[in-house]
Design a binder for this molecule. Structure first.
Ligand SMILES: Nc1nc2c(c(=O)[nH]1)N[C@H]1C(S)=C(S)[C@@H](COP(=O)(O)O)O[C@H]1N2
Ligand SMILES: [Mo]
Length: 321
């Protein structure tokens, strides 16, 4: 993705020459050098960091909502990903997230709902049974993985708060903690990271609030302790480390759309027929698929067309990208 230019007044901005596409590294080393050049301390002191701790979860596999494609390895899933709060390189989230503290955690529910307030993660999840679902994740950068998530259907969670008739959208916000998230010290995005769904997308049975992966709690780099998974949309919709969920009447702003609106729309549906302005979306590289990483055709809605096509009937998907 295109990285936003630092705004005037930002103390620790990155160089315009480093502002490139998502997928071009602003590596841990570059971050460190930029930090040193800008007189920012803390990143160096945090190096090396411990890997985040995870614990086993109890859950049932939901076969009806799982692909039979072979999952990627735990190493792929936790070692190659995007979480710009920890740096923009693919290995940065694993390398830089060891200091992040996902417990204790609270989630604030706000906006157009009968029940609002601040809930501990335990209370927030208590009424729900955890289930495992193996979903494809397709990044807008044209790579993909198959991931066994553990979580609860988003719609079941949202219904409990009794959204009012004015609730047309659901907005999500990531935690803001520059002391634990070194990437937030740079204006690569307009922090905190925000995302949103139309309420019917949020209520679709495929939408999952994940708390785990591979049978264990989420490692920090995958969005501990709570993140969104919408498998028919590009990976960037899957906002991590969620602290607030808000019911809104108007379409909420989303981080990548704020950053580059001509490249990243609100809908972000996986669509092989709508190219990104700078590259094709027709094919994808399955991570871990061998040395030559053969590209496979990208499927409409990432293969979830049957489940979600109805949500967009009558919409021009080239306009609403
Ligand atoms: N808060 C936050 N959430 C985020 C991101 C991010 O940079 N910050 N990156 C997104 C992108 S681009 C992708 S592809 C997915 C990756 O999820 P994964 O780490 O579970 O593979 O997380 C998404 N969620
Ligand atoms: Mo992504």
């Amino acid at each position: 993705m295109l990285i936003k230019r630092p705004r005037p007044g930002d103390s620790a901005g990155i160089l315009p020459s480093q502002i490139t596409a998502e997928g071009t590294y602003l590596s841990r080393r570059t971050l460190l050098q930029a930090a040193l050049a800008a007189g920012v301390t803390g990143i160096g002191a945090a190096w090396p960091e411990p890997a985040s701790a995870t614990t086993d979860l109890t859950f049932k596999r939901n076969e009806a909502f799982s692909t039979t494609e072979a999952p990627n390895s735990y190493e792929d899933v936790t070692g190659y990903n995007n979480f710009y709060e920890f740096g923009t390189g693919k290995s940065d989230p694993a390398a830089n997230s060891g200091r992040f503290k996902p417990t204790p955690w609270t989630v604030t529910i706000s906006g157009e709902a009968e029940t609002t307030g601040k809930f501990t993660l335990e209370d927030f999840l208590k009424p729900h049974a955890l289930e495992e679902r193996v979903y494809r994740l397709r990044c807008v950068e044209a790579w993909s993985m198959v991931i066994p998530w553990v979580g609860v259907p988003l719609g079941d969670v949202l219904k409990r708060f009794k959204p009012t008739s004015k609730a047309k959208y659901v907005a999500f916000k990531t935690v803001m903690r520059p002391s634990e998230m070194p990437g937030q010290r740079y204006a690569v995005l307009d922090w905190p990271y925000v995302e949103g769904l139309r309420i019917d997308e949020a209520m679709n049975p495929l939408s999952l609030l994940a708390v785990g992966v591979y049978g264990k709690t989420l490692p920090n780099q995958n969005g501990a302790p709570l993140r969104l998974v919408t498998p028919w949309k590009y990976g960037f919709k899957g906002i991590k480390s969620i602290v607030e969920i808000s019911f809104t009447e108007k379409e909420p702003p989303t981080s990548w759309n704020i950053s580059a609106s001509h490249e990243y729309g609100f809908y972000a549906n996986v669509n092989p027929n709508v190219d990104h302005p700078r590259w094709s979306q027709a094919r994808e590289r399955r991570i871990g698929a061998g040395l030559f990483n053969a590209r496979i055709p990208t499927q409409m809605f990432n293969g979830y067309e049957k489940e979600v096509a109805g949500l967009y009937r009558g919409m021009d998907l080239a306009k609403n990208y």
